[in-house]
Design a protein around this ligand. Sequence first.
Ligand SMILES: NC(=O)c1ccc[n+]([C@@H]2O[C@H](COP(=O)([O-])OP(=O)(O)OC[C@H]3O[C@@H](n4cnc5c(N)ncnc54)[C@H](O)[C@@H]3O)[C@@H](O)[C@H]2O)c1
Length: 258
Amino acid sequence: MTPQSIASFSLTGKVALVTGGASGIGTGIAAVLAEAGATVVIADIEEPKAAKQVAALTEAGHSAGAVHIDLADEASIVRGCAEVVSRYGTPWVLVNNAGLQDRQLLLEGTAAEWDRMNKVNGRGPFLMTREIARAMVATKGQGGRIVNIATAALVGSIVKGLSAYVGSKGALFALSRASALELVDYGITVNTVLPGGVATPGAIAAKGPPVEGPARRRPPLGVCEPRDIGAAVLFFATPAARYITNQVLAVDGGFSVT
Ligand SMILES: NC(=O)c1ccc[n+]([C@@H]2O[C@H](COP(=O)([O-])OP(=O)(O)OC[C@H]3O[C@@H](n4cnc5c(N)ncnc54)[C@H](O)[C@@H]3O)[C@@H](O)[C@H]2O)c1
Protein backbone atom coordinates (compact mmCIF):
# COMPACT_ATOMS: atom_id res chain seq x y z
CA MET A 1 0.00 0.00 0.00
CA THR A 2 1.32 3.43 -0.92
CA PRO A 3 1.81 5.48 2.26
CA GLN A 4 -0.85 8.18 2.56
CA SER A 5 -2.93 6.83 -0.32
CA ILE A 6 -6.59 7.08 0.63
CA ALA A 7 -6.55 3.30 1.24
CA SER A 8 -4.02 3.84 4.02
CA PHE A 9 -6.74 5.61 6.02
CA SER A 10 -8.78 2.38 6.12
CA LEU A 11 -8.73 -0.27 8.85
CA THR A 12 -10.35 -2.94 6.69
CA GLY A 13 -9.12 -6.40 7.68
CA LYS A 14 -7.59 -5.15 10.93
CA VAL A 15 -8.53 -5.87 14.55
CA ALA A 16 -9.00 -2.97 16.98
CA LEU A 17 -9.10 -3.70 20.73
CA VAL A 18 -10.82 -0.94 22.71
CA THR A 19 -10.84 -1.08 26.51
CA GLY A 20 -13.92 0.46 28.10
CA GLY A 21 -15.77 0.24 24.80
CA ALA A 22 -19.05 -0.51 26.58
CA SER A 23 -19.71 3.08 27.65
CA GLY A 24 -19.14 6.75 26.92
CA ILE A 25 -16.06 7.73 24.93
CA GLY A 26 -15.25 4.07 24.27
CA THR A 27 -18.51 3.62 22.34
CA GLY A 28 -17.58 6.56 20.11
CA ILE A 29 -14.09 5.18 19.51
CA ALA A 30 -15.48 1.70 18.78
CA ALA A 31 -18.06 3.07 16.32
CA VAL A 32 -15.56 5.21 14.38
CA LEU A 33 -12.97 2.40 14.14
CA ALA A 34 -15.68 -0.06 13.04
CA GLU A 35 -16.89 2.36 10.37
CA ALA A 36 -13.28 2.57 9.14
CA GLY A 37 -13.42 -1.20 8.54
CA ALA A 38 -11.90 -2.69 11.69
CA THR A 39 -13.21 -5.69 13.57
CA VAL A 40 -13.71 -4.01 16.93
CA VAL A 41 -13.22 -6.02 20.11
CA ILE A 42 -14.52 -4.40 23.28
CA ALA A 43 -12.67 -5.25 26.50
CA ASP A 44 -14.72 -4.28 29.54
CA ILE A 45 -15.90 -5.44 32.95
CA GLU A 46 -19.52 -4.60 32.11
CA GLU A 47 -20.50 -7.64 30.05
CA PRO A 48 -24.18 -6.82 29.33
CA LYS A 49 -23.28 -3.25 28.26
CA ALA A 50 -20.45 -4.57 26.07
CA ALA A 51 -22.83 -7.10 24.49
CA LYS A 52 -25.28 -4.25 23.74
CA GLN A 53 -22.56 -2.26 21.94
CA VAL A 54 -21.49 -5.34 19.99
CA ALA A 55 -25.12 -5.88 18.93
CA ALA A 56 -25.44 -2.22 17.85
CA LEU A 57 -22.22 -2.41 15.80
CA THR A 58 -23.24 -5.73 14.24
CA GLU A 59 -26.71 -4.42 13.38
CA ALA A 60 -25.04 -1.46 11.66
CA GLY A 61 -23.20 -3.96 9.44
CA HIS A 62 -19.84 -3.95 11.24
CA SER A 63 -17.73 -6.73 12.65
CA ALA A 64 -17.47 -6.69 16.46
CA GLY A 65 -16.99 -8.82 19.57
CA ALA A 66 -16.37 -8.51 23.28
CA VAL A 67 -14.01 -10.03 25.82
CA HIS A 68 -14.33 -9.70 29.59
CA ILE A 69 -11.25 -8.03 31.07
CA ASP A 70 -10.89 -6.43 34.50
CA LEU A 71 -8.06 -3.92 34.20
CA ALA A 72 -7.48 -4.06 37.95
CA ASP A 73 -6.55 -7.74 37.73
CA GLU A 74 -3.33 -8.87 36.00
CA ALA A 75 -4.55 -12.47 35.56
CA SER A 76 -7.72 -11.20 33.89
CA ILE A 77 -5.67 -9.04 31.51
CA VAL A 78 -3.30 -11.88 30.58
CA ARG A 79 -6.18 -14.32 30.05
CA GLY A 80 -8.34 -11.78 28.20
CA CYS A 81 -5.60 -10.66 25.82
CA ALA A 82 -4.78 -14.30 24.98
CA GLU A 83 -8.49 -14.84 24.28
CA VAL A 84 -8.57 -11.80 21.96
CA VAL A 85 -5.58 -13.09 19.99
CA SER A 86 -6.95 -16.64 19.68
CA ARG A 87 -10.53 -15.59 18.80
CA TYR A 88 -9.90 -12.57 16.56
CA GLY A 89 -6.17 -12.57 15.71
CA THR A 90 -3.47 -10.16 16.84
CA PRO A 91 -4.86 -6.65 17.18
CA TRP A 92 -3.49 -3.98 14.86
CA VAL A 93 -4.53 -1.31 17.31
CA LEU A 94 -4.95 -1.23 21.08
CA VAL A 95 -6.85 1.74 22.52
CA ASN A 96 -6.25 2.08 26.26
CA ASN A 97 -9.46 4.00 26.94
CA ALA A 98 -11.13 2.54 30.06
CA GLY A 99 -10.66 4.55 33.21
CA LEU A 100 -12.05 5.64 36.55
CA GLN A 101 -12.68 9.36 37.07
CA ASP A 102 -13.98 9.92 40.61
CA ARG A 103 -12.80 13.02 42.46
CA GLN A 104 -11.37 13.39 45.98
CA LEU A 105 -9.98 16.63 47.41
CA LEU A 106 -6.25 16.52 48.06
CA LEU A 107 -6.59 17.44 51.75
CA GLU A 108 -9.00 14.53 52.23
CA GLY A 109 -7.04 12.20 49.96
CA THR A 110 -6.46 8.56 50.85
CA ALA A 111 -3.83 6.07 49.76
CA ALA A 112 -6.64 3.62 49.03
CA GLU A 113 -8.21 5.96 46.45
CA TRP A 114 -4.81 6.70 44.87
CA ASP A 115 -4.16 2.95 44.58
CA ARG A 116 -7.64 2.15 43.22
CA MET A 117 -7.35 4.85 40.55
CA ASN A 118 -3.81 3.97 39.54
CA LYS A 119 -4.55 0.26 39.34
CA VAL A 120 -7.11 0.79 36.58
CA ASN A 121 -5.82 3.97 34.89
CA GLY A 122 -2.06 3.41 35.08
CA ARG A 123 -1.16 -0.20 35.84
CA GLY A 124 -3.99 -1.60 33.68
CA PRO A 125 -2.82 0.11 30.45
CA PHE A 126 0.79 -0.88 31.27
CA LEU A 127 -0.21 -4.55 31.44
CA MET A 128 -2.49 -4.29 28.38
CA THR A 129 0.33 -2.67 26.40
CA ARG A 130 2.77 -5.39 27.47
CA GLU A 131 0.43 -8.22 26.50
CA ILE A 132 -0.76 -6.81 23.18
CA ALA A 133 2.66 -5.48 22.16
CA ARG A 134 4.11 -8.95 22.80
CA ALA A 135 1.51 -10.39 20.40
CA MET A 136 2.20 -7.64 17.82
CA VAL A 137 5.96 -8.27 18.02
CA ALA A 138 5.40 -12.03 17.71
CA THR A 139 3.40 -11.41 14.51
CA LYS A 140 6.54 -10.53 12.58
CA GLY A 141 6.40 -7.54 10.28
CA GLN A 142 2.91 -6.56 11.37
CA GLY A 143 3.71 -3.42 13.37
CA GLY A 144 0.80 -1.83 15.17
CA ARG A 145 -0.78 1.15 16.86
CA ILE A 146 -1.32 1.93 20.51
CA VAL A 147 -3.44 4.94 21.44
CA ASN A 148 -3.68 5.98 25.08
CA ILE A 149 -6.61 8.08 26.33
CA ALA A 150 -5.32 10.41 29.04
CA THR A 151 -7.04 13.74 29.81
CA ALA A 152 -6.84 17.43 28.93
CA ALA A 153 -6.66 17.97 32.72
CA LEU A 154 -2.93 17.30 32.23
CA VAL A 155 -2.62 20.49 30.16
CA GLY A 156 -5.04 22.89 31.81
CA SER A 157 -8.65 21.74 31.65
CA ILE A 158 -8.75 20.78 35.34
CA VAL A 159 -11.20 20.86 38.26
CA LYS A 160 -10.67 20.33 41.99
CA GLY A 161 -10.42 16.80 43.34
CA LEU A 162 -8.36 15.27 40.55
CA SER A 163 -5.02 14.63 42.25
CA ALA A 164 -5.30 10.82 42.19
CA TYR A 165 -6.89 10.95 38.72
CA VAL A 166 -4.29 13.19 37.11
CA GLY A 167 -1.59 11.24 38.94
CA SER A 168 -2.81 8.08 37.21
CA LYS A 169 -3.22 9.82 33.83
CA GLY A 170 0.25 11.35 34.22
CA ALA A 171 1.54 7.81 34.62
CA LEU A 172 -0.30 6.81 31.43
CA PHE A 173 1.15 9.82 29.61
CA ALA A 174 4.67 8.83 30.73
CA LEU A 175 3.98 5.22 29.75
CA SER A 176 3.19 6.43 26.22
CA ARG A 177 6.64 7.96 25.92
CA ALA A 178 8.48 4.98 27.41
CA SER A 179 6.58 2.46 25.30
CA ALA A 180 6.96 4.56 22.13
CA LEU A 181 10.73 4.23 22.52
CA GLU A 182 10.73 0.51 23.23
CA LEU A 183 8.29 -0.39 20.45
CA VAL A 184 9.49 1.90 17.66
CA ASP A 185 11.89 -0.72 16.28
CA TYR A 186 8.90 -3.03 15.68
CA GLY A 187 6.91 -0.47 13.70
CA ILE A 188 4.49 -0.01 16.60
CA THR A 189 3.56 3.60 17.26
CA VAL A 190 2.27 4.91 20.61
CA ASN A 191 0.36 8.19 20.77
CA THR A 192 -1.84 9.94 23.31
CA VAL A 193 -5.21 11.66 23.02
CA LEU A 194 -6.25 14.19 25.69
CA PRO A 195 -10.04 14.53 25.83
CA GLY A 196 -11.67 17.60 27.34
CA GLY A 197 -15.00 17.20 29.11
CA VAL A 198 -17.47 14.74 27.58
CA ALA A 199 -20.85 14.12 29.23
CA THR A 200 -20.55 10.33 29.48
CA PRO A 201 -22.21 7.97 31.99
CA GLY A 202 -18.90 7.76 33.85
CA ALA A 203 -18.34 11.52 33.97
CA ILE A 204 -21.91 12.20 35.09
CA ALA A 205 -21.82 9.52 37.80
CA ALA A 206 -18.32 10.39 39.05
CA LYS A 207 -18.26 10.64 42.84
CA GLY A 208 -16.61 13.50 44.68
CA PRO A 209 -16.82 17.17 45.59
CA PRO A 210 -18.68 19.68 43.38
CA VAL A 211 -17.03 20.35 40.02
CA GLU A 212 -15.08 23.60 40.51
CA GLY A 213 -12.15 24.97 38.54
CA PRO A 214 -10.98 26.18 35.13
CA ALA A 215 -12.56 23.24 33.24
CA ARG A 216 -16.04 24.61 34.06
CA ARG A 217 -15.51 27.15 31.24
CA ARG A 218 -17.37 26.25 28.08
CA PRO A 219 -14.99 25.33 25.25
CA PRO A 220 -15.39 27.68 22.24
CA LEU A 221 -16.20 24.80 19.88
CA GLY A 222 -19.06 23.65 22.11
CA VAL A 223 -20.03 20.24 23.39
CA CYS A 224 -17.68 17.30 22.82
CA GLU A 225 -19.16 14.02 21.66
CA PRO A 226 -17.53 10.58 22.12
CA ARG A 227 -17.08 10.36 18.35
CA ASP A 228 -14.93 13.53 18.42
CA ILE A 229 -12.43 11.54 20.47
CA GLY A 230 -12.94 8.59 18.11
CA ALA A 231 -11.90 10.75 15.15
CA ALA A 232 -8.54 11.59 16.75
CA VAL A 233 -7.98 7.96 17.70
CA LEU A 234 -8.78 6.86 14.14
CA PHE A 235 -6.09 9.11 12.71
CA PHE A 236 -3.39 7.67 14.98
CA ALA A 237 -4.73 4.14 14.34
CA THR A 238 -4.47 4.23 10.54
CA PRO A 239 -1.60 2.86 8.47
CA ALA A 240 -1.40 6.47 7.14
CA ALA A 241 -0.02 7.62 10.51
CA ARG A 242 3.00 5.30 10.23
CA TYR A 243 5.51 8.13 10.72
CA ILE A 244 3.95 9.55 13.89
CA THR A 245 4.81 8.28 17.37
CA ASN A 246 5.17 9.73 20.88
CA GLN A 247 2.76 12.54 19.99
CA VAL A 248 -0.08 14.09 21.94
CA LEU A 249 -3.34 15.47 20.60
CA ALA A 250 -5.76 17.43 22.79
CA VAL A 251 -9.39 17.17 21.69
CA ASP A 252 -10.76 19.92 23.87
CA GLY A 253 -12.89 22.14 21.65
CA GLY A 254 -10.37 24.98 21.56
CA PHE A 255 -10.23 25.24 25.34
CA SER A 256 -6.58 26.32 25.17
CA VAL A 257 -7.40 29.55 23.31
CA THR A 258 -9.80 30.80 26.01
N1 LIG B 1 -15.73 11.98 30.06
C1 LIG B 1 -14.80 12.90 30.21
O1 LIG B 1 -15.10 14.09 30.42
C2 LIG B 1 -13.35 12.54 30.07
C3 LIG B 1 -12.40 13.57 29.96
C4 LIG B 1 -11.07 13.25 29.84
C5 LIG B 1 -10.67 11.92 29.81
N2 LIG B 1 -11.60 10.94 29.92
C6 LIG B 1 -11.14 9.55 29.91
O2 LIG B 1 -11.79 8.85 28.87
C7 LIG B 1 -11.91 7.48 29.23
C8 LIG B 1 -13.35 7.03 29.06
O3 LIG B 1 -14.15 7.81 29.95
P1 LIG B 1 -15.73 7.85 29.89
O4 LIG B 1 -16.11 9.19 30.35
O5 LIG B 1 -16.21 7.32 28.62
O6 LIG B 1 -16.08 6.82 31.09
P2 LIG B 1 -17.26 5.77 31.30
O7 LIG B 1 -17.24 5.48 32.77
O8 LIG B 1 -18.53 6.24 30.70
O9 LIG B 1 -16.74 4.49 30.53
C9 LIG B 1 -15.61 3.80 31.01
C10 LIG B 1 -15.69 2.33 30.64
O10 LIG B 1 -14.56 1.70 31.25
C11 LIG B 1 -14.98 0.49 31.85
N3 LIG B 1 -14.14 0.13 32.97
C12 LIG B 1 -14.04 0.76 34.16
N4 LIG B 1 -13.22 0.07 34.98
C13 LIG B 1 -12.79 -0.99 34.28
C14 LIG B 1 -11.95 -2.08 34.59
N5 LIG B 1 -11.41 -2.25 35.81
N6 LIG B 1 -11.71 -3.01 33.64
C15 LIG B 1 -12.28 -2.90 32.42
N7 LIG B 1 -13.11 -1.90 32.07
C16 LIG B 1 -13.37 -0.96 33.01
C17 LIG B 1 -16.41 0.78 32.31
O11 LIG B 1 -17.15 -0.42 32.52
C18 LIG B 1 -16.95 1.63 31.17
O12 LIG B 1 -17.51 0.83 30.15
C19 LIG B 1 -11.41 7.37 30.67
O13 LIG B 1 -10.09 6.91 30.67
C20 LIG B 1 -11.48 8.78 31.18
O14 LIG B 1 -10.54 9.04 32.19
C21 LIG B 1 -12.93 11.21 30.06
